[in-house]
Design a protein around this ligand. Structure first.
Ligand code: 13P
Length: 248
């Protein structure tokens, strides 16, 4: 049985004082869950989040990293830096980064390798645009993104990669993929992993759904055979709402 992993992606929201207040309110609400709970916060909140989440079951992640270790990359933060303050997870290749910051399948692949090099666990995002969906290319796009993201990883690294299937048209729009559609897309990703790395590994990879997940739809999504939890944007900014998703 795969575990369920519920991660919040705060995007560019929340100040340090709001982060501390959030975690103080949220931690007691999720303390009994068997699901894995992760908050991916802005760089400026990481330190406060890590301190406040000590002695709770909440794990902390970043939302991006550079693939180089150090160097003349103004404004960037490396995996080594994240690891040095005990960050555990990092989102890689979110569609907003691919769309606004020119991330490519190649840079995503380099970042995943670098994340593993420094002992971080990557949450890798894939997903199709509305146009790609409407022209019947969803499966082709998301399986190709997955294949390129995982290229050159060891079997063990593939097993420890979390994939988040996030259809771009469902992000922040209030439109959620139907549970059947989301499950089928995730099955297609799992089949691709099975084709390359074998069924045993494919069966153990955590694949989340993301895109307008809220407390009113989380349960039906997470009950599907292949959906192993969610990557949650807007609804992860409110402690009570996010705790309902985690506990659903
Ligand atoms: P929303 O939950 O706000 O649609 O965002 C999803 C997302 O992009 C999580 O990474």
């Amino acid at each position: 049985m795969r575990r369920k992993v519920i991660a919040g992606n705060w995007k560019m929201n929340m100040l340090p004082d709001e982060t501390i207040k959030f975690i103080e309110e949220f931690a007691p609400l999720v303390k009994d869950t068997e699901n894995e709970v992760i908050l991916c916060v802005p760089y400026t909140d990481l330190f406060y989040a890590l301190l406040t989440a000590q002695n709770t079951n909440i794990k902390i992640g970043a939302q991006n990293m550079h693939f180089e270790e150090t160097g003349a990359y103004t404004g960037e933060v490396s995996g080594k830096m994240l690891k040095s303050i005990n960050v555990e997870y990092v989102i890689i290749g979110h569609s907003e980064r691919r769309q606004y910051f020119n991330e490519t399948d190649e840079s995503v692949n380099k970042k995943i390798k670098s994340a593993f090099k420094y002992g971080l666990k990557p949450i890798v995002c894939v997903g199709e645009t509305l146009e790609q969906r409407e022209t019947g290319k969803t499966e082709e796009i998301i399986t190709k993104q997955t294949e390129l993201a995982l290229e050159g990883l060891t079997n063990e690294q593939v097993e420890n990669t979390i994939i988040a299937y996030e259809p771009i048209w469902a992000i922040g729009t209030g439109k959620t993929a139907t549970k059947e559609d989301a499950n089928n897309s995730i099955k297609a990703i799992r089949n691709k992993i099975a084709e390359i790395y074998g069924q045993t590994i494919a069966n153990s990879v955590i694949i989340q759904y993301g895109g307008s997940v809220k407390s009113s739809n989380a349960k039906e999504l997470f009950e599907m055979s292949d959906i192993d939890g969610g990557l949650v944007g807007g609804a992860s900014l409110k402690p009570e709402e996010f705790s309902k998703i985690v506990n659903s």
